[in-house]
Design a protein around this ligand. Structure first.
Ligand code: LR7
Ligand code: MN
Length: 575
C-alpha cells in the first residue's frame, strides 16, 4: 500500500496517480460496470479486465477500515462515483476536508483515473469528414489556478493532452496564481518534468484570475489562446471545431458547450445540441444562461451549427491572440474574480468581432456552490470590477447597474486608459449592442412603473415581496412589511403588462402566484393595472391580485374594487 507523505491527501490518491499516470486513456464499453451505488464492489467484470492485463492490480488492502476501490474503473465513461454511507471516521474526515478545501468532492476525484474515459456528446453532424478546415492554427492552452486540488488539475491537463491532436496543441501553460498548497510546488514540477508540452508559470504575488490569464498570454507562443478553468475535462474532438471558426475568421471568439461535472459524484452530464444555451446578463451585471432565441435558431439548418451568443460564461474559450491584443486583452485593473467575462463579451461585439457557442465542442466544468479560496479583505472586488466595466462600456445604461448597488460606486480606480482604448478602436455603442445582439434583454427604462408594489389594505403597510434569492424561480411570491430598500421589493411593470424582476415574471396558472422565467407571450404573465380602481387584473384568469383576510398570503380573488385589499399603488407609475 502506497501512502502519501502528504497526509492531507487520501492514500489512494497517490497510488492512483502512480499506478495510472502513464496508462493510455482507455475506452470502456457503454455498459461498463462500475456500480454507481457501490463503486467499491469488485465484481466479475473487473477480474476479467484485470486478467487481460488492462488494469493495475486491484487494491484490496484495508485502509483505515475502508476497502480501497478498484480505482481504475471508478468514474469511467463519466459515470457517477457514490461513496458508501458507512465510512470510517477517519475516511469521513478526509472526505469532509476535501469539501472544505475545494468546495467539491475531492476524495471522489482522487478515486478516479486522471485519464478517465468520457462519453462522446457530439452530434453526428460534427463528425462529417470535411466538416473542419484542414489547415487549422495551433493553440496554447492556458490554465490558471489558485490552490486547485491535485487530481482535478491533473485530470484537466491530461484531458487536454489526451484529446487534442498533437499538431494543434502548441503547449499547455499552467499559471499558478500564488498558490500555497504544497502539492502545487515541486511536486507539480516533478510530475510534468518529462512532458515537454506542459509549462508552469508562477505569479510572484496573488494576481486574481484576470491578471493570471494575462500572465499566461504573455508566455504563450501559439497564434490562438484557449483558456480553461483548472477543474475541467475536455471530450473527444473538443478542439477542432473551436479552431475551425477562428481559422475562418480571426475575429470570432468561440466557447465550447460547458457540460456539468457533478461536484459530489464527478458524474459527467451532457445534453445534445438541441439543449444548447447562450449567454446573457442581468442589470446586476451577472451572467446568465438562455435558450437559443428564435431569431438565432432560424439562421441554422442544424442545431449543431455555431450560434451567436450575447455573452460568454468566461472561463472556457478560444481567441486569436492578435485579435485579443487588438481588443486590449482584459482590463488589468480587474481583481481576483468576476466581470471580465462581460468585458470581453461586450468588447468583442462592440469592436468588430463575433462571439459564438460551438455545439460540436464539449468541455466539462465543476460548478461549485461557493468560492473555496480567499478573495481580498476590505474591498468588494466584484463590485469594483463591475463598476469599471459599467463606466467604460455601458454608456447611458450604466445607471441601471448603479441603481442596483444603491448608487454607491466606491473607489474604482483609474479607467482613463480603458476609455481611450474604446475610443481608439472606434467601438459601437452599448445601445447598438442591446438593439442588435441582445434585444431580449429587458431595459428598466422601458418599464411604466418601478419600485415597490404597495397594498392599500390593512393600513397600507404591506408590499409585494419576491422569494429571497433571484434564483428562486418557480417559488411563490410573498408579502412583507414595506421597507423602502428596493431589493426584494423592487419590481418593474413593463409596457406589455409583465410584473418583472429582471428575467423573472409574476406568473399565475390557477394555484399560487409564482416567479417564472419571462416568456413574453402574455397569458399567465399578463397583469393589467388600472390607475383609477388600483386593481391589478390578471389576464388569463380575470382575477385580481389581493391579500387574503388574515393578511398572511398573496391570493387571487374575483375582482372587486370596493375591497382595499385588492388595491395597490405602483411606485413611479407613469404611463
Ligand atoms: O484569484 C484567483 N486566481 C485564479 O487563478 C481566483 C481564481 N483563479 C482560477 C481558479 O483556480 C479557476 O481555475 O481561475 C479559475 C476560475 O475561478 P473559479 O473556478 O472559482 O470561477 P467560476 O467557475 O466560479 O466562475 C466563472 O466566472 C469567473 C468570473 O471571473 C471566471 O470567468 C471563470 O472562469 C468562470 N467559469 C466558467 O466560465 C465555467 C462555467 C461557469 C459558468 C457559468
Ligand atoms: Mn470554475
Amino acid at each position: 500500500l502506497l501512502y502519501s507523505e502528504d497526509r492531507s491527501r487520501p492514500a489512494l490518491a497517490l497510488s492512483l496517480q502512480n499506478g495510472l499516470v502513464n496508462r493510455e486513456a482507455r475506452e470502456l464499453p457503454e455498459d461498463n460496470a462500475i456500480d454507481p451505488v457501490n463503486p467499491f464492489k469488485n465484481d466479475a467484470n473487473d477480474v476479467e479486465e484485470e486478467e487481460k492485463g488492462n488494469l493495475p492490480p486491484p487494491k484490496k488492502e484495508e485502509d483505515n477500515g475502508v476497502l480501497l476501490p478498484p480505482q481504475s474503473l471508478a468514474g469511467e465513461m463519466g459515470k457517477p462515483v457514490v461513496l458508501p454511507t458507512n465510512l470510517s471516521a477517519e475516511v469521513k474526515k478526509m472526505v469532509d476536508d476535501g469539501w472544505l478545501k475545494n468546495a467539491f468532492n475531492q476524495y471522489v476525484s482522487d478515486m478516479i483515473s486522471v485519464h478517465r474515459s468520457l462519453p462522446d456528446p457530439r452530434d453526428e453532424w460534427c463528425k462529417k469528414p470535411d466538416r473542419y478546415l484542414e489547415d487549422l492554427p495551433p493553440t496554447s492552452v492556458i490554465i490558471c489556478f489558485h490552490n486547485e486540488a491535485w487530481s482535478i488539475l491533473l485530470r484537466t491537463v491530461h484531458s487536454v493532452l489526451d484529446r487534442s491532436p498533437k499538431h494543434l496543441l502548441t503547449e499547455v501553460l499552467l499559471v499558478d496564481d500564488f498558490s500555497d498548497m504544497s502539492h502545487l510546488k515541486q511536486q507539480l514540477e516533478d510530475y510534468w518534468a518529462k512532458e515537454p508540452k506542459v509549462k508552469i508559470v508562477r505569479a510572484k504575488k496573488r494576481e486574481g484570475l484576470i491578471r493570471a490569464r494575462l500572465l499566461g498570454a504573455r508566455h504563450a507562443s501559439g497564434p490562438v489562446l484557449t483558456y480553461l478553468d483548472s477543474h475541467c475535462e475536455c471530450t473527444n474532438g473538443w478542439l477542432e471545431p473551436l479552431l475551425d471558426r477562428i481559422a475562418r475568421d480571426s475575429t470570432t471568439v468561440v466557447c465550447p458547450v460547458i457540460d456539468v461535472i457533478d461536484d459530489t459524484t464527478l458524474e459527467y452530464h451532457w445534453r445534445d445540441s438541441s439543449g444548447v444555451n447562450v449567454g446573457g446578463f442581468d442589470w446586476n451585471l451577472q451572467f446568465n444562461w438562455h435558450a437559443v432565441p428564435e431569431r438565432e435558431k432560424t439562421k441554422h439548418k442544424n442545431s449543431a451549427e455555431p450560434v451567436w451568443s450575447p455573452t460568454m460564461a468566461g472561463g472556457l474559450f478560444s481567441i486569436d491572440k492578435a485579435f485579443f491584443e487588438k481588443l486590449g486583452t482584459y482590463d488589468s485593473g480587474f481583481d481576483i474574480w468576476g466581470g471580465e467575462n462581460l468585458e470581453l463579451s461586450f468588447k468583442t461585439w462592440m469592436c468588430g468581432g463575433t462571439l459564438e457557442i460551438v455545439p460540436c465542442s464539449h468541455v466539462g466544468h465543476i460548478f461549485r456552490k461557493r468560492s473555496p479560496y480567499k478573495w481580498r479583505s476590505g474591498v468588494n472586488v466584484l463590485r469594483r470590477n463591475s463598476v469599471r466595466l459599467a463606466e467604460v462600456w455601458l454608456d447611458e445604461y450604466a445607471k441601471y447597474y448603479y441603481q442596483r448597488i444603491g448608487n454607491d460606486k466606491g473607489d474604482f480606480g483609474d479607467i482613463s486608459g480603458r476609455r481611450e482604448l474604446r475610443k481608439n478602436l472606434k467601438c459601437k455603442t452599448f445601445k447598438w449592442y442591446l438593439d442588435n445582439i441582445y434585444p431580449e434583454l429587458f431595459v428598466p427604462g422601458d418599464a411604466v412603473a418601478n419600485g415597490e408594489f404597495r397594498n392599500l389594505g390593512y393600513g397600507g403597510k404591506t408590499c409585494l415581496d419576491s422569494p429571497a434569492r433571484k434564483s428562486d424561480l418557480h417559488k411563490p411570491a410573498g408579502l412583507y412589511p414595506c421597507h423602502r430598500q428596493g431589493g426584494n421589493q423592487y419590481w418593474m411593470y413593463s409596457k406589455t403588462g409583465e410584473v418583472r424582476r429582471d428575467e423573472a415574471c409574476l406568473d399565475y396558472s390557477g394555484q399560487e402566484v409564482i416567479l417564472y422565467p419571462c416568456h413574453g407571450s402574455k397569458g399567465n404573465q399578463y397583469w393589467d393595472y388600472n390607475e383609477d380602481t388600483k386593481l391589478i387584473r390578471h389576464g388569463s384568469s380575470d382575477k385580481c391580485l389581493a391579500i387574503n383576510e388574515p393578511k398572511t398570503k398573496l391570493v387571487m380573488e374575483q375582482c372587486n374594487s370596493e375591497l382595499t385589499r385588492q388595491r395597490w399603488t405602483l411606485e413611479h407609475y407613469d404611463r
